[in-house]
Design a protein around this ligand. Sequence first.
Ligand SMILES: NC(=O)c1ccc[n+]([C@@H]2O[C@H](COP(=O)([O-])OP(=O)(O)OC[C@H]3O[C@@H](n4cnc5c(N)ncnc54)[C@H](OP(=O)(O)O)[C@@H]3O)[C@@H](O)[C@H]2O)c1
Length: 272
Amino acid sequence: MYCNKPQKLFARESYVTSFSGRVVVITGAGSGIGRALALSLAKEGAHLCLIGRTASKLEAVRREILAGRGKADAFPCDVSQKGEVETAYQKIQGTVGVPYALFLNAGIGEAGIVQNFNVEAARRVFDVNFFGVLNWMHYALPDLQKTNEGMIVAVSSLFAYKGFPGIAAYCASKAALMSFFESARVDLKATRIRLVTVFPLFVETDMSGYDASRSRWIWSSAEAAAEKILRQIQRGKNVVVFPRRFYALMLFLRGIPDGLYVRLWRWASPGT
Ligand SMILES: NC(=O)c1ccc[n+]([C@@H]2O[C@H](COP(=O)([O-])OP(=O)(O)OC[C@H]3O[C@@H](n4cnc5c(N)ncnc54)[C@H](OP(=O)(O)O)[C@@H]3O)[C@@H](O)[C@H]2O)c1
């Protein structure tokens, strides 16, 4: 048992999370938030296991880490393919060691599948964004349970809180991840394994379609996002949300009647 004393309901648990000397897996490590997380964690002394489909992108990040005297290895793998995840996990165990932390960040967006309905496209979004996380948990969780320590960090999105037009499957996949982790966190409450969910929005990456020429105050760099994620995790937060003002907006939208939500969109985008 993690603690056999009765816990105060509102007491904050104290966590000191050092990644130094730890084996850390990052999926989607070849670009964007995953790349920035990998570079930050390497500076903290972690041994990075870089996961993604494109070997050349992983190799570029690996070289950047080695140039900074950090430790990293690349394991090209499609997270939606359970067999590939199993092979990558076994290679990591055999060559680097059992992971202490997994940042399950790989994800894909969507180009509006409702009007031209395509169930296969929706399934693909879930296969990567939702089952891509569960595939890694399938292999890693039993090992974390044996040592009763470590953490799994899933990168969801603030779009998990409300369905937005044009990205129905994306929102649904991120909401599924949110609910899954809410349940699993309670299921694992008696252990020292941390489950963290990250809900970002407006991070300057390939996926978000960030356009530097139209830079606005709402955007944050991938590096700033990675710093925020790591600092919040080290402060003991299991739910990391940013930017805060959009979190408030999402909670507001979540709470309004559905008819009003549709009317708001009719008003905001007439004729579409
Ligand atoms: N940017 C934002 O504003 C924002 C907001 C909310 C949430 N997020 C979430 O943050 C995460 C990272 O996204 P990002 O913004 O950093 O975008 P990104 O630069 O496009 O990164 C996504 C990464 O996932 C990898 N990936 C995609 N499919 C994969 C697969 N099947 N197997 C293994 N790797 C795969 C990609 O590499 P390969 O193509 O080489 O595989 C890529 O490196 C995503 O889960 C995204 O949903 C981003």
